[in-house]
Design a binder for this molecule. Sequence first.
Ligand SMILES: *[C@@H]1O[C@H](CO)[C@@H](O)[C@H](O)[C@H]1NC(C)=O
Ligand SMILES: *[C@@H]1O[C@H](CO)[C@@H](O)[C@H](O)[C@H]1NC(C)=O
Ligand SMILES: *[C@@H]1O[C@H](CO)[C@@H](O)[C@H](O)[C@H]1NC(C)=O
Ligand SMILES: *[C@@H]1O[C@H](CO)[C@@H](O)[C@H](O)[C@H]1NC(C)=O
Ligand SMILES: *[C@@H]1O[C@H](CO)[C@@H](O)[C@H](O)[C@H]1NC(C)=O
Ligand SMILES: [Ca+2]
Ligand SMILES: [Ca+2]
Ligand SMILES: [Ca+2]
Length: 646
Amino acid sequence: MRRFRGHHRTAPALFLTLIGALMMSAAAEDELFITGHFLVQMREAAPEDAQKLALEHGFESARKLPFGEDLFHFYPLEMPKTRRKRSLHQQHHRLASDHRVKNVFPQEGFGRQKRGYRDLPNTDVNMSDPLFTKQWYLINTGQADGTPGLDLNVAEAWSLGFTGKGVTIAIMDDGIDYLHPDLASNYNAEASFDFSSNDPYPYPRYTDDWFNSHGTRCAGEVSAVSNNNICGVGVAYNSKVAGIRMLDQPFMTDIIEASSISHMPQVIDIYSASWGPTDDGKTVDGPRELTLQAMADGVNKGRGGKGSIYVWASGDGGSYDDCNCDGYASSMWTISINSAINDGRTALYDESCSSTLASTFSNGRKRNPEAGVATTDLYGNCTLRHSGTSAAAPEAAGVFALALEANPNLTWRDLQHLTVLTSKRNKLHDEVHQWRRNGVGLEFNHLFGYGVLDAGGMVKLARDWKTVPERFHCVAGSMQDIHKIQSGNKLLLSISTDACQGKDNFVRYLEHVQAVITVNASRRGDLNINMTSPMGTKSILLSRRPRDDDAKVGFDKWPFMTTHTWGEDPRGPWLLEVGFQSQSDMQSGLLKEWTLMLHGTQSAPYIDQVVRDYQSKLAMSKKEELEEELDEAVERSLKSLLSKNN
Ligand SMILES: *[C@@H]1O[C@H](CO)[C@@H](O)[C@H](O)[C@H]1NC(C)=O
Ligand SMILES: *[C@@H]1O[C@H](CO)[C@@H](O)[C@H](O)[C@H]1NC(C)=O
Ligand SMILES: *[C@@H]1O[C@H](CO)[C@@H](O)[C@H](O)[C@H]1NC(C)=O
Ligand SMILES: *[C@@H]1O[C@H](CO)[C@@H](O)[C@H](O)[C@H]1NC(C)=O
Ligand SMILES: *[C@@H]1O[C@H](CO)[C@@H](O)[C@H](O)[C@H]1NC(C)=O
Ligand SMILES: [Ca+2]
Ligand SMILES: [Ca+2]
Ligand SMILES: [Ca+2]
């Protein structure tokens, strides 16, 4: 049984069942194929027995899995696509009827896509030149037509002495060129692994077009060595970087994902992922059962119980996609990061959604070849051209490494709180969605989340941070009756809740909120769902996805998540609005379930601090207004005096 820190005794089962069940059902949309890989649960599990059993049944080898008891990964002799379906069925059957085996689960293959493999025009750099001054995302002085001051404010964190020392970040990707002279001395080989080919060496596979440069580029953003006259400088340039190669095989499996995110959770502090379900604007998919459990284990048991930090790229599907349809990005256990370009605008590939927590920087829109992300590249090279929300997530991982050095006691939730409190609007500009303040005065945007990460602000607050109070989970209400939705006639529903007040699991200060929704429609992509909190904060849970013409599956217990109501008091009426935004006025659908899940604390002392800051800011702006009025009054009297004298 999985356990949640600070969880009421009966609630977690319900909670996980809810989430677990639906992720499985929603997952079925990708094309699936047979892989020849099996998850085997043994009755008595000594690794030698498993190895023996695997060989007897015609597998190449067996590997003990770190999650779950008695679980082994049996992997095949040859490449899976050459296997015959029938021989696999026989193998499955023989294995299942072996007395030493308790359970066998064939691993189906599905698609996962790395974000942002989208090169800018080719501009090779002089490799003997340090790229530091080109790394505008570190210190933006207006290079490449950028906006000065629009950066991660790492200079302040570095000047306070925080450079990532003692922190290990894993890049879960297509491998790392760990021989790269700008990475080698920060590479943590012991914490690295290759799950794409089951060996300890996550070196990228060569292709003529350098397709597998993604991980190496991400690694340099986090941990490139400073002051060595090679390439640039990592955000956390004294941190260690581990390579987890897991994207470079013809298919993805639940085992590969789960193994990657649960790899050495007592050594690796932060996992950075720049991949996810296909960004085609019509996929609805998320982590499967093992991966969900591995994530839950990670946040509950990783880093000595303080929780593994999962940083996720929010996706590259642009305005056609919605990252709330991506179950990795929208998970409460991941910190999902979007990107801004160097003048503060959105990148054209940015997806928006209410689960994004904050943003960092990437390229886009600008033709200037130096407006991309400068970092390390394959085979000892450097590049100015790293791109996509792929480039954004590792920057965040680097900033979190600085915070963990400032205070190693931070839990996975502390980091989310610090992100909410210290991220800045700065000069970020979203042409579509306004910046708004939620019920406790925190400023947010539907695309950028709480704004751009501020490394200096974060380490300063982290140094004396007190661990946030225990977390509770409350099912605020659930509607299970069927409601019709039609074009031109939107559905309005309301759940009034006391947020479990009077019970052990009372949630008074919100962290994440989930709306678990089952709905089908004649055109899923035209569905539009908003939810408004009792304090009046509206979250767009689902926006229009013009390419999604599903008319069958809909959303099956899908957990739409919002971070916008962070810190709010959840008691009172929650409003759900479901409608169609459509070219056609003929769409219809049925809403079959809306379950409102609140997650947060019963006490949160720092919220009072935020409210005080907000009020003093308000008072300050009032004072400025007063001073202005005063100035004007003085000017008026002067003018009248002068006119009298004339
Ligand atoms: C880099 O540029 C410098 C000066 O512009 C030049 O002296 C040097 O040879 C160049 N190095 C390479 C590897 O091209
Ligand atoms: C990458 O580096 C190698 C070795 O330093 C060099 O020979 C090669 O030309 C570089 N490739 C590119 C595309 O810059
Ligand atoms: C971390 O926790 C330990 C034990 O509770 C405490 O002694 C130490 O001061 C804490 N460190 C910081 C930076 O808060
Ligand atoms: C939605 O599901 C119901 C069954 O629950 C079915 O009768 C109906 O046709 C479906 N509607 C659409 C638009 O798929
Ligand atoms: C949801 O909110 C958006 C943005 O305010 C608005 O354009 C849209 O019409 C709303 N949809 C519904 C169903 O209320
Ligand atoms: Ca390898
Ligand atoms: Ca360097
Ligand atoms: Ca997406």
